[in-house]
Design a protein around this ligand. Structure first.
Ligand code: DLL
Length: 423
């Protein structure tokens, strides 16, 4: 398979380390000079930028968390003036506690190349027609795929959130060869195709790139068989040029992390101590080249393990295991991140509702498909008229949808039915 940037993707690991150390020095000085949050963090830890000479020294710096980004909303984490920012995006799943990510022209160029690397690595070429079925309005990833594909020279169909039957029609009429979506949506397309009696052989699809949520191997088999394609995993985090942190190659033996732009560490989520290669723990990432929104030792809360053994594809980049578990309580439902604290916050706005609630997650092919929330309601609400209860139900359901960015099924139950949060 083609390697888009062979000079870095197949670099000798000693040279790669030198490159990372050089970039680290620039990053640390940039963040210290331009982001008060980092300056304060360094000062509080008694560090100055000269103390961080190599990646070994990075361990001295405290972690950066999502809460830090929320606390510094909107522009407190920006390391460049707004006039140098050419795009502002807010990630899905953060409506309750918003964050905003900025990009300079150079940041956008990097992200475009990283997505192009992932695509080229699974065999996408300028002859392909790539159907991107991610939400262009809100989901930052959609743009990344668009521009990565254009860099390769492939044709892009930004099918966005068109319903499954429309997606299938586009696929058939345009002869799309690559589908990019969440794995859940790919399964939904397959179900719709079956219901319409459409054989995958009628389509021209050959490759699928799927991510934004954990998807087990059995889901991969169902997608590969259902669409007659090879399906590959892509991983990313909105706060860090998502997607584009890592992606599988045709070997399907882990996701290559683009270490020339991100330095990965695996830590024990409880103690914060670094773990050895091969040990499973929480992935912590440092963006080495991001100029507008640099993140140092950012805790992703995703569980994985790393492997630096050479890959048969020829890349020397470290591989991360496919990630299925979190170290926090975040739940991914069809690619949308749900933080239980956000549910509690919505419920707290309604008199006689909560605070206790329970969550029921319905899975499909090992992936979270539907969320049901049962909330405690006071006896006044339980005994109110049907129309009053229905009006309140609609209000709560609407507020949950607005905050979570996800349609949920909500049920009000008599108080004491839900003793505590329970997922
Ligand atoms: O989901 C970025 C993305 C877009 C990745 C498109 C791939 C394709 P967020 O919405 O910020 O960003 O969610 C990030 O989703 O911390 C993981 O918990 C989970 N996640 C993302 N990709 C994968 C994957 C995008 N391939 C959070 N496997 C991450 C498992 C994934 N979990």
């Amino acid at each position: 398979m083609a390697i888009f940037s062979p000079e870095t993707e197949t670099m000798n690991r000693r040279e790669l380390l030198d490159l990372q150390n050089e970039r680290l020095g620039i990053l640390i000085n940039h963040a210290y000079a331009n982001v008060r949050f980092y300056r304060n963090k360094f000062d509080a830890a008694g560090l100055n930028p000269d103390d961080i000479k190599t990646l070994e020294d990075l361990k001295k710096i405290p972690f950066t968390t999502r809460q830090d980004l929320v606390d510094n909303y909107p522009y407190g984490m920006f390391a460049v003036p707004l006039r140098d920012v050419v795009r502002l995006q807010f990630p899905l799943g953060h409506y309750g506690n918003p964050i905003v990510i900025g990009y300079t022209r150079e940041d956008l160029k990097i992200w475009r190349e990283l997505v192009a690397r992932i695509m080229a690595g699974v065999g996408v070429t300028e002859h392909d027609i790539i159907q991107v079925a991610f939400n262009y309005g809100l989901f930052m990833g959609a743009f990344r795929f668009n521009q990565g594909a254009e860099l390769i020279g492939a044709a892009v169909v930004p099918a966005s959130i068109a319903p499954a039957d429309v997606q299938i029609r586009i696929m058939r009429d345009f002869r799309s060869t690559v589908l990019v979506s969440t794995p859940s949506f790919a399964l939904h397309i397959i179900e719709t195709m079956r219901a319409q009696g459409i054989d995958p052989k009628e389509l021209s699809l050959k490759i699928g790139l799927f991510g934004a949520e954990p998807w087990p191997e059995n889901a991969r088999s169902l997608i590969e068989e259902g669409l007659g394609i090879k399906a590959y995993d892509i991983y990313g985090v909105s706060e860090l040029i998502e997607p584009g942190v890592s992606g599988e190659c045709t070997e399907k033996a882990g996701l290559h992390i683009f270490e020339d732009h991100f330095f990965p560490e695996i830590i024990d989520p409880g103690t914060g101590q670094p773990l050895e290669e091969g040990e499973e723990g929480e992935l912590v990432l440092t963006s080495l080249t991001t100029s507008a929104y640099p993140l140092i030792r950012y805790r992703t809360h995703d569980r994985t393990a790393l492997c630096t053994k050479p890959c048969a594809c020829g890349r020397t980049l470290v591989r991360m295991d496919r990630s299925f578990k979190r170290t926090d309580r975040m739940i991914s439902v069809r690619g949308i991140n749900v933080f239980p604290e956000m549910i509690a916050e919505v419920l707290s706005g309604f008199e006689g509702i909560g605070p206790a609630y329970s969550l029921e997650i319905k899975q499909k092919a090992g992936m979270n498909d539907r969320l049901k929330i049962r909330v405690n309601a006071s006896s006044e609400i339980v005994n109110a008229s049907d129309s009053e209860r229905a009006a309140l139900h609609e209000k709560i359901q609407f507020a949950l949808r607005k905050t979570l960015g996800l349609r949920v099924n909500m049920e009000m139950v008599p108080k004491e039915s839900c003793a505590q949060f329970d997922s």
